[in-house]
Design a protein around this ligand. Structure first.
Ligand SMILES: NC(=O)c1ccc[n+]([C@@H]2O[C@H](COP(=O)([O-])OP(=O)(O)OC[C@H]3O[C@@H](n4cnc5c(N)ncnc54)[C@H](O)[C@@H]3O)[C@@H](O)[C@H]2O)c1
Length: 382
């Protein structure tokens, strides 16, 4: 299959590109490399030293004989995107290329505007590009479980059956996003649903949970293929921050009570879910939604797990509670459905102590790269 991976230099996109290339697909990466510039802006870095995208791709070819085509450019530049689509004519377009940090989107007005323009306009351009150049192409778009928020009822996969005043309908599940970033994803979902309905495009919205893990079989083929790992207060997830804090002897900083519960999945399952979606495309005119996560944990669950694994490695780790810089419920009901990808063949890799130990040891190995001032929150919602 001819597959475009937009955002192929990022944490999810890079291992996905390698995996699909190894499976024999013709992979093209589109990326404007802006994630690396945000590291400079925030005086931050990936815990793992990552090679330039060109060098990574050249090494992949040397090791496997497989070519990955590269277009360096911005999805917000329509002429660039259109040319890339005309030259590659993808059958599947995997769209990871967005600003994905909630705290980054909440820094100030400029960052909120940037995030929503980058994400919403980028996705609109992808929609129009597919409509004009490759209307049969299956768009696989990364959304987030954060679009739903934390309602006091079960979360369905995209749609909910509602009976109201004696009448019944299946409607989009209500969205209660918790940041300007999560709002951008909701706007994307609405635009996609509309485009599928009026132009007969085919799209799958993958409402992804928090992704953890680092290595995949392909990124482990050479140290220079290693994936990025974000640990800072802006781009790092709670789990990555805790593991990094444990490596440098810092308290594990739980925001508020720590009862915030979310869906999680291993990076190995992210790449498999993309493959499953590509192998089973949405029908023409269909806007399909899958909830892409395998397990649910609260922030305290994660802190206890990291403390246990770190203590076994001889690290002295304490848990501390900080005033929550976000505006969110710290204790709430959470039960989300996630059966559709499993029905199509997903076999989950679970969050075992082995997986945690593996990332912890990587953090210890690169301890000298960790910037201690970055493991604390720097952005507040208020
Ligand atoms: N990482 C997670 O835990 C997680 C969870 C849920 C959803 N997601 C979604 O998955 C996708 C990928 O996440 P990630 O963690 O790999 O993010 P990432 O920041 O590591 O990668 C995103 C990539 O997209 C590129 N990019 C951004 N805007 C672009 C533009 N306008 N034009 C071209 N390239 C652009 C960046 O340079 C970067 O390489 C995002 O859409 C994110 O919202 C991620």
């Amino acid at each position: 299959m001819r597959i475009v991976i937009a955002g192929g230099d990022g944490f999810c996109g890079w291992p996905t590109a390698l995996y699909l290339s190894k499976k024999g697909h013709e992979v093209t990466i589109i990326d404007n490399l802006i994630r690396r510039k945000w590291d400079d802006e925030l005086r931050s870095n990936s815990l793992t030293p990552i090679a330039s995208l060109k060098d990574r791709i050249a090494l992949w070819k040397e090791l496997t004989g497989r070519e990955i085509r590269l277009y360096v450019g911005d999805l917000n530049h329509y002429d660039f995107l259109r040319t890339a689509l005309e030259q590659t004519r993808p059958e599947a377009f995997v769209h990871f290329a967005e600003q994905r940090s909630a705290p980054y989107s909440m820094i100030d007005r400029e960052h909120a505007v940037f995030t929503q323009v980058n994400n919403v306009v980028g996705t609109l351009n992808v929609i129009y590009g597919i409509k004009e150049v490759v209307p049969d192409c299956h768009l696989i778009k990364l959304g987030t479980m954060g679009e739903y928020g934390t309602p006091n009822i079960d979360i369905e996969e995209g749609y909910i059956r509602i009976v109201h005043n004696g009448r019944e309908d299946v409607l989009p599940y209500p969205k209660q996003p918790g940041s300007m970033y999560h709002l951008s994803k909701v706007h994307d979902s609405h635009n996609l649903m509309f485009a599928c309905k009026i132009w007969g495009l085919r799209a799958t919205d993958l409402n992804q949970g928090v992704v953890y893990g680092l290595h995949t079989d392909e990124t482990m083929m050479d140290p220079a293929l290693v994936n990025r790992l974000d640990y800072d207060g802006v781009f790092g997830t709670a789990l990555n921050r805790f593991l990094t804090q444990a490596a440098i002897g810092h308290d594990l900083t739980v925001y508020g009570e720590g009862g915030q519960t979310r869906g999680f999945l291993n990076i190995r399952d992210t790449i498999r879910c993309i493959e499953i979606a590509a192998e089973h495309p949405a029908d023409s005119g269909e806007f399909r939604v899958f909830n892409q996560f395998t397990e649910e944990f609260s922030v305290m669950d994660l802190a206890y797990k990291v403390r246990r694994v770190a203590q076994r490695e001889g690290l002295n780790v304490r848990i501390a509670h900080l005033n929550n810089p976000r505006v969110e419920k710290e204790k709430h009901y959470y039960c989300a459905k996630n059966t559709k990808l499993k029905e199509l063949g997903l076999e989950p890799h679970l969050l075992t102590d082995e997986v945690l130990r593996d990332i912890l040891l990587t953090a210890c190995q690169h301890k000298d790269r960790i910037l201690p001032q970055n493991v604390l929150p720097q952005v507040t919602w208020k």
